[in-house]
Design a protein around this ligand. Structure first.
Ligand SMILES: CC(C)(COP(=O)(O)OP(=O)(O)OC[C@H]1O[C@@H](n2cnc3c(N)ncnc32)[C@H](O)[C@@H]1OP(=O)(O)O)[C@@H](O)C(=O)NCCC(=O)NCCS
Length: 150
């Protein structure tokens, strides 16, 4: 599937993903600092949907979805190249994802964010109504997580 957002293309073709560029971005983030190329590529292979934003063929944004395509979806690794921010690209990738025909009728979409709540609020996300029902198992010894906060 492919859509236009101003001059940008939003596309879910995994063959278009520039793994080198995506790795360079993700290695700078607060949630996966220093992540290895191997982990990025393994994650991309295991992803249910990878949405890219492209400007004249060059990748300028990414978002991926981990889902059973029936009840549940987790949005991860949302990143827009600094030179292209505040032009609605993240919003366009989110609307593309939430409207995707393979992901309709799910019970829950979830994600975690340190400071980009507004981006997700603009498409309907709200804080967890009952965080006490949620649990997490952190693998502190995972090499790639060693420096990741949160
Ligand atoms: C967060 C990020 C993905 C936003 O991408 P973007 O393409 O610039 O976002 P958009 O232009 O689609 O903005 C969508 C909405 O969020 C707001 N917004 C965008 N970036 C924001 C930020 N950093 N803080 C607060 N609000 C922000 C916009 O004002 C807009 O709201 P509006 O429609 O009411 O005007 C981008 O800044 C980024 O890649 N940051 C570094 C990585 C990161 O933090 N990713 C998110 C992890 S959860």
């Amino acid at each position: 599937m492919r859509q236009k957002h101003d001059r940008y293309e939003i596309d879910d073709d995994p063959r278009r993903v520039d793994a080198k560029r995506v790795h360079a971005w993700l290695a700078t983030t607060y949630w996966s600092p220093g992540v290895s190329m191997e982990v990025v590529q393994r994650g991309l292979r295991g992803t249910s949907l990878v949405v890219g934003a492209y400007d004249a063929g060059q990748q300028v944004g990414i978002m991926r979805v981990i889902s059973d395509k029936a009840t549940f979806a987790w949005i991860a690794d949302v990143f827009v190249d600094e030179a292209h921010r505040r032009r609605g690209i993240a919003g366009a990738m989110l609307r593309f994802t939430l409207g995707h025909p393979e992901f309709q009728g799910l019970r829950r979409w979830v994600l975690a964010t340190k400071d980009a709540h507004k981006v997700y609020e603009s498409v309907g996300f709200k804080p967890l109504p009952n965080p006490e029902r949620w649990m997490i198992l952190k693998q502190e010894d995972a090499a790639d997580n060693a420096r990741a906060p949160g």
